[in-house]
Design a protein around this ligand. Structure first.
Ligand code: FAD
Ligand code: NAP
Ligand code: NAG
Ligand code: NAG
Ligand code: NAG
Ligand code: NAG
Ligand code: NAG
Ligand code: NAG
Ligand code: NAG
Length: 711
């Protein structure tokens, strides 16, 4: 699958470069043509050459006009062919007049022979056509040139500033890729990396949450304004991006004293800001769409998960939107005198549509809405993003920046194509869905033999039913022992899973066969496999991914390698054992040390009730209904512990700090913690792993989270 997506990406790159090459001719920077526009504007203000004012059909045949222009361009040698050719184009475009390519040398001679300063012409009047070429004052020409260097130069520079914003992310991705691939290629070296600066960086930057413990868990703010705080490294990256953007938008916008183009410093600053923000935002666009895609090759490159890219997607998109708002506000103020008539232009209508769509996204993508109505959020988000792209397309098409909209569309389309491709590759098999312990859906999906699952990875599943076939939900999975199926364990929640629950709860055997589409596998397994002690901590339904990854490692461990593998599973009630029984059984044959914490053993009648249920299922429930639950409880505990003799059972909530400290102490080398489950628990594991980085024995401590919280 990985190679398949890489092939798609190569195609994408080819497509983009093809488009760029083909359209490259269209997109031009001002470059030295700034000289042409400076003279063009100066001549317009300096004198009149034709009766009808700016009548190119006349001016392009008027020797005084052309000679004056040639003279202006000859000043400081600004008359290179690319500059003088602009005149040829302009005369054709606006005047339908063909002039010769080397018009300038010819008219320059005429200029030298005949030109006069305006002051030398008797009765000179700006609005009466002149009959000789005009000599312009050098200081004036310098001023116009400086003014145009700033005004048009801003368009050219903004391309570099936009590219710098992309360059910033390239740098970040390189840092990510380096640290990712070093771990994979030199695991032995990395294990020994516990020197002062490395530990400092890991303890204070790369591992912890930004403040305190909260990363997977949301930060509450009056319920409605709840939000997620990125990890500290992500926060630093985002903060520096804000700084970079502010610098890129603020530099090089000085006012030229006496600027002939702008009436005031206020106006010029406004215009520079408007152009700059618009261009930088447009250039950023492809990256934002790339971050949002599920098939983003940067994930593979950096080893950062989708969640991290989602975080970056949200923040870069907000920056892009703010830039567009500044762009729109500045131009609205600048054009306020002719606002009504300008707003009738197609490109402004679509620009406005895009901005409004962006504003809607900004509000509707709040965590509050994502949490409660994920599918509605997603639908509106996609519709508005389409409007955003369409609006941007029309808006910049005329302005000459369409080159940055093509890759945006390409990135999005390729992601969708790869997603459809993955669904088709998997086929649409019939899955067996069973409700277990009234809390979990087990989905057993036959998988094609060529479909390789990723230990610790996840897949998105569609249940093909008229009311929800379009929903795709992420779930981690385990392979069946014979490797012919994948098995998902989905906790019953309020949306799709609840619909399935209602469908199954009254079915005989609480089971049904449903056709499904599976899109995946996504994600990577963590580098925990290189650690001397790998501790996997799962909470509730977080177990499948954790299990498949630890089993994958266990299968490769030979007796000689003294690798310690520990699995800790925290569940609320004994009945949860029921749905994972088969997998727990298999652990018997491995070297994995398993501990299961049952936090609310007394719930639902506790262990006695659980065994009752099992008996009922197995069909040998005794006639005698009266029982002493306390006594039976004890008997059952023994029977459970004998059934799972390879597993240690503990009742009560585990103390994460205690577990982490103990594992670090006991390890004979490096320790890696991998965790998935309740966000609070995951955050605690991160926090205490981080606390242990500076342990006195200089053991390397790593933390990897499998949980992803983007909604
Ligand atoms: C990478 C990953 C792996 C996961 N693996 C498992 C697993 O193995 N077992 C398990 O029980 N759960 C897993 N989950 C959680 C699971 O995706 C959600 O519980 C499920 O989508 C909820 O469906 P629902 O419509 O019933 O939820 P709702 O009650 O509608 O929503 C419950 C929560 O799930 C979030 N959610 C809903 N739909 C989606 C979606 N399409 N994509 C992302 N989030 C969504 C909502 O924001 C909300 O916070 C995983 C999530 C992720 C991101
Ligand atoms: N990659 C992913 O993103 C991914 C993968 C799989 C699953 N999930 C999601 O992860 C969630 C986990 O499953 P769940 O809902 O079944 O879990 P849960 O019921 O919320 O909690 C499972 C157990 O963890 C214990 N626990 C909670 N906080 C703890 C803490 N700070 N320290 C120690 N123990 C703690 C709970 O104890 P108490 O009873 O004392 O609260 C409970 O026994 C689900 O929502 C699932 O959808 C995500
Ligand atoms: C341009 O000029 C040519 C003759 O020089 C004429 O045939 C043609 O119709 C003109 N085109 C337009 C659009 O005016
Ligand atoms: C360009 O300007 C220089 C003087 O600065 C002049 O010598 C030269 O002939 C001009 N060339 C053209 C093509 O106008
Ligand atoms: C220039 O000419 C116009 C009419 O062509 C006249 O109204 C104006 O007063 C003249 N300006 C000067 C300074 O002579
Ligand atoms: C099953 O769970 C639902 C809530 O998820 C609850 O309302 C119902 O009573 C439970 N049924 C049994 C038999 O425990
Ligand atoms: C454990 O391994 C033995 C032989 O290696 C095998 O017979 C047995 O079925 C295995 N048990 C499980 C639960 O996989
Ligand atoms: C550490 O090494 C000692 C002795 O070599 C061994 O008894 C112990 O089990 C090892 N601990 C771990 C966690 O590997
Ligand atoms: C690790 O750092 C913490 C403070 O961040 C300190 O309290 C603790 O003593 C340090 N541990 C060791 C072993 O140096």
């Amino acid at each position: 699958m990985k190679s398949l997506s890489l092939v798609f990406y190569s195609l994408l790159v080819c497509f983009i470069s093809g488009v760029a090459a083909e359209k490259g001719a269209k997109f031009e920077k001002y470059g030295v043509k700034k000289y042409f526009y400076a003279c063009n504007y100066e001549l317009m203000l300096a004198a009149t050459f034709c009766k009808k004012g700016r009548d190119y059909a006349c001016m392009c045949t008027n020797e005084n006009y052309l000679a004056t222009f040639a003279g202006c361009l000859a000043y400081k040698n600004r008359n290179s062919t690319s500059v003088t050719n602009r005149m040829v184009e302009q005369c054709m475009e606006y005047g339908n007049v063909t002039i010769e390519e080397d018009w300038s040398s010819e008219y320059y001679k005429y200029y030298l022979d005949h030109a006069k300063y305006a002051t030398e012409i008797e009765g000179f009047n700006k609005s009466i056509p002149v009959d000789v070429p005009i000599k312009l004052k050098e200081a004036e020409m310098d001023l116009f040139q400086r003014s145009y260097n700033q005004f048009l130069g801003n368009y050219d520079d903004s391309l570099y500033y936009g590219a710098s914003a992309l360059g910033y992310w390239l740098l970040i991705m390189l840092i990510g890729a380096t640290s990712n691939w070093i771990k994979v290629m030199f695991p032995g070296l990395v294990k020994k990396c516990t020197s002062g600066p490395v530990n400092w960086w890991r303890k204070h930057v790369s591992m912890p949450a930004t403040f305190g413990k909260k990363r997977a868990q949301e930060q509450g703010l009056f319920k409605f304004f709840d939000f997620l705080i990125p990890s500290r490294f992500e926060s630093v990256v985002i903060f520096m991006f804000y700084v970079v953007i502010i610098i890129l938008c603020a530099i090089n916008t000085e006012y030229i004293e006496g600027d002939p183009v702008f009436d005031s410093k206020y106006e010029s600053t406004m215009r520079y800001a408007a152009d700059r923000t618009g261009i930088v935002a447009t250039i950023m666009m492809p990256l934002i769409f790339l971050f949002a895609g599920r098939n983003n090759f940067l994930q593979w490159l950096t080893g950062w998960n989708y969640n991290t890219f989602m975080t970056y997607h949200r923040h870069t998109a907000r920056v892009m939107f703010m830039l567009v708002v500044i762009h729109a506000v500045c131009f609205s103020i600048l054009l306020s005198s002719r606002y009504a008539s300008d707003m009738k232009e197609t490109y402004l209508i679509w620009g406005t549509i895009a901005t409004v769509a962006g504003g809607i996204i900004w509000v509707q993508a709040m965590l509050f809405f994502r949490r409660r109505w994920y599918e509605i959020f997603l639908f509106i988000h996609i519709v508005m993003a389409v409007l955003w792209v369409a609006g941007a397309w029309v808006h910049v098409d005329e302005l000459g920046y369409i080159e940055f909209v093509y890759p945006t569309v390409a990135v999005w389309c390729v992601d969708r194509l790869v997603r459809i491709g993955r669904l088709i590759v998997f086929g649409f098999p019939k899955a067996e869905v069973t409700l277990l312990a009234n809390e979990t859906l087990r989905v057993v999906v036959p998988k094609p033999s060529y479909w390789k699952s990723v230990p610790g990875g996840h897949a998105f599943i569609h249940f093909i039913k008229p009311t929800y076939f379009w929903q795709s939900h992420p779930f981690t999975f385990v392979d069946s022992p014979d490797n012919s199926h994948i098995i998902l364990y989905c906790k019953v929640k309020g949306g799709l899973t609840h619909s399935l629950y209602r469908k199954l709860v009254n079915n005989p055997g609480q089971t049904a066969t449903i056709r499904v589409g599976v899109e995946g596998p996504y994600g990577e397994s963590t580098p925990a496999k290189y650690a001397d002690t790998a501790v996997f901590i799962a909470g509730g339904n977080g177990i499948p991914g954790i299990y498949s990854e630890i089993m994958d490692i266990a299968r490769r461990v030979t007796c000689e390698t003294k690798k310690k593998l520990k699995l800790i599973w925290v569940i609320r009630e004994y009945k949860s054992l029921e749905w994972f029984a088969e997998e727990l059984e298999i652990l018997k044959n491995t070297t994995i040390e398993t501990t299961i914490y049952v936090t609310k053993p007394e719930c639902n009648g506790g262990i006695a009730n659980y065994l009752d249920m099992k008996e009922e299922e197995e069909g040998f429930k005794q006639e005698d209904g009266s029982k002493n639950s306390k006594l039976e409880g004890e008997v059952s505990t023994t029977s459970i512990t004998s059934k799972y003799s390879h597993i240690t059972f503990t009742e009560g909530r585990p103390c994460v700090k205690h577990i982490v400290d103990k594992e670090v102490q006991e390890s004979n080398g490096s320790v890696a913690f991998v965790t998935c489950g309740h966000p609070v628990m995951v955050d605690e594991v991160r926090y205490y792993a981080c606390e242990n980085i500076n342990n006195s024995e200089k053991k390397r401590v790593d933390f990897f989270e499998q949980v992803q919280v983007w909604s």
